[in-house]
Design a protein around this ligand. Structure first.
Ligand code: GNR
Ligand code: NI
Length: 170
């Protein structure tokens, strides 16, 4: 049992690219377990290993109300996508900021589960959005990368107000 530290923007480690998992071993199982625990503790619906400073292609998701339908996606990839849909997103690595993002509406995706079984499936709605959001993390991308310059400016101002992001002027 371990809660992991979630990196916050603008930490440059969020920009690192994850490396595919070669063996679904005990390490993988332990990491997935800690990531799920961390995700639940932070009230997230998804978490990518990149967010806890581990550069491996591993994602956990649980969209259920009762938090008892966890999925672990190892080496997830999007095979095809269809349509577009705009929805409000948030991210545990960008706390207390929510903005509209346009993504594919439907996706076909492939991943390996914790048994090492390759699974292909379709997703739409929140699951499709979440999978796209998490795969972006593995590529070093954040949802705020999609913001218009105006919205980005607004986020910058909000962060500037937070003491921890202020650069001391000498
Ligand atoms: O908890 C989360 N909620 C969420 C809402 C809309 C779109 C994506 C997400 S994922 C986010 C958790 C997170 O940061 N995962 O990387
Ligand atoms: Ni996120």
């Amino acid at each position: 049992m371990a809660l992991l530290e979630v990196l916050h923007f603008p930490d440059s480690r969020l920009r690192k690219k994850a490396v595919p998992v070669e063996n679904v071993d005990e390490n993988c199982h332990a990491l997935a377990k800690d990531m799920l625990e961390t995700m639940y503790a932070n009230r997230g619906i998804g978490l990518a290993a990149t967010q806890v400073n581990i550069q491996k292609c591993l994602v956990v998701i649980d969209l259920s109300e009762d938090k008892n339908e966890s999925m672990c996606l190892i080496n997830p990839e999007i095979l095809s996508s269809e349509g577009t849909e705009e929805s409000q997103e948030g991210c545990l690595s960008v706390p207390e900021y929510y903005e509209m993002v346009t993504r594919a509406e439907k996706i076909k995706y492939r991943y390996m589960d914790l048994n090492g079984e390759v699974i292909e499936d379709d997703a739409d709605g929140l699951l499709a959005i979440c999978i796209q959001h998490e795969i972006d993390h593995l590529d070093g991308k954040l949802f705020i990368d999609y913001l218009s310059p105006m919205k980005r400016q607004r986020l910058r101002k909000k962060l500037d107000k937070q003491e921890k992001f202020q650069v001391p002027v000498l």
